[in-house]
Write a protein that binds this ligand. Structure first.
Ligand SMILES: Nc1ncnc2c1ncn2[C@@H]1O[C@H](COP(=O)(O)OP(=O)(O)OP(=O)(O)O)[C@@H](O)[C@H]1O
Ligand SMILES: [Mg+2]
Length: 259
C-alpha cells in the first residue's frame, strides 16, 4: 500500500529568460507510517518537490497519487477533503502564521474550516492538541510571537495533526532549532508516527538528522535523483558523487543512533 506515489515529476522555472529544470523526472513512493527523506545540496529541488506535492505549484509533467487518487486532477470539495489528509510544517512558523494571532486561533482554523469540531467543542479539542504535542493548555491564549521557537514548532505540528493527516510534508522543520530542542521535536515526530501512523516527507540538508529519523532517503542533485535507498545504508555507504560529497561534508555523523 502506498500513501504517496510521485512519478516522473518535472518542474521548470524561467530564470533570465532561460528555462531551469528545478525538478527533473523525479519518482518516489511513501508507505504508511514511513518517513522518506529528501536530501541534496541547496538548490537541488527539495522545496520545489514539497510545493508540487502540496499543490502550491503545478508541475510541467508527472503524476502525484495520494491515498490512491490522482491528486493533480482533484478539484473543489474533493480536493479540499483530501487536502485535510496532507499537511505541512515549514522551517519558520513565524512566517507561516500571523505572529499576532493567538495559539488558540491558529489551532481553531483547521478545526473550523474542515468542520472537524463544533464551536462549543473546539476549546476542548485545542487543549487536547496542545497536550498531544507536549504544550501546556494555558499557552492557547498567548500570541504566536510571544512563544519560543520550539513551542512555535510544536504549535505548527499540532495544527498539522488537527485534521488527522496521513502524510505531513516537513521542509527543514527542525533546521532553525538549537540542538536540544531539535532532538525533542524529532522525538515528538517519531512518537506521533508510532501512535497515529503518520507518514512523513522529511526534507533536510542534515544527513545526521535524516539518518536518525528516516526509513529511506532520496538524494537529489540539480533536480534529478542521484541515488535512493534505505537511509542508513545510503548514508553509511553513498554511491553517487553528490552523496559522497554530502557525507564528507557532515563531520559528526553518529552511526550509533537508532532510527
Ligand atoms: N520561484 C522561483 N523562480 C525561479 N527559480 C526558482 C524559484 N524557486 C526556486 N527556484 C530555483 O529552482 C532550483 C531549486 O530550488 P529549491 O528551492 O527547490 O531548492 P532546495 O533544494 O529546496 O534548496 P535549499 O536547500 O536552499 O532550500 C534552484 O535553482 C532555485 O534557484
Ligand atoms: Mg528548500
Amino acid at each position: 500500500m502506498t500513501v504517496l506515489a510521485v512519478s516522473k515529476l518535472s518542474k521548470r522555472y524561467r530564470r533570465g529568460g532561460k528555462p531551469l529544470a528545478a525538478v527533473d523526472d523525479v519518482s518516489f513512493e511513501i508507505g504508511p507510517a514511513e518517513t522518506l527523506a529528501l536530501a541534496g545540496p541547496s538548490g537541488s529541488g527539495k522545496s520545489t518537490i514539497a510545493r508540487l506535492v502540496l499543490r502550491l505549484l503545478e508541475p510541467d509533467a508527472g503524476r502525484i497519487e495520494f491515498e490512491g487518487a490522482d491528486f493533480l486532477s482533484l478539484s473543489g470539495a474533493t480536493l479540499r477533503a483530501r487536502r485535510a489528509r496532507l499537511q505541512m510544517v515549514f522551517q519558520d512558523p513565524l512566517a507561516a502564521f500571523n505572529p499576532r494571532a493567538t495559539v488558540a486561533r491558529v489551532l481553531d482554523d483547521p478545526l473550523r474550516i474542515h468542520g472537524i469540531a463544533s464551536r462549543a467543542e473546539r476549546p476542548r479539542r485545542i487543549a487536547a492538541l496542545l497536550e498531544r504535542v507536549g504544550l501546556d493548555a494555558g499557552l492557547a491564549a498567548r500570541a504566536i510571537h510571544e512563544i519560543s521557537g520550539g513551542q512555535r514548532q510544536r504549535v505548527a505540528i499540532a495544527r498539522a495533526i488537527a485534521t488527522q493527516p496521513s502524510l505531513i510534508v516537513l521542509d527543514e522543520a527542525v533546521s532553525a532549532l538549537d540542538v536540544s530542542v531539535r532532538g525533542q521535536i524529532l522525538e515528538l515526530l517519531l512518537d506521533l508516527q508510532r501512535q497515529e501512523r503518520i507518514s512523513y516527507l522529511f526534507i533536510s540538508h542534515d544527513l545526521g538528522v535524516i539518518r536518525a529519523v528516516a526509513h529511506r532517503v532520496v538524494i537529489l542533485d540539480a533536480g534529478r535523483v542521484a541515488e535512493s535507498g534505505e537511509a542508513r545504508a545510503v548514508i553509511d555507504n553513498p554511491q553517487s558523487t553528490i552523496g559522497k560529497a554530502l557525507v564528507a561534508a557532515t563531520p559528526k555523523l553518529n552511526r550509533n543512533t537508532p532510527p
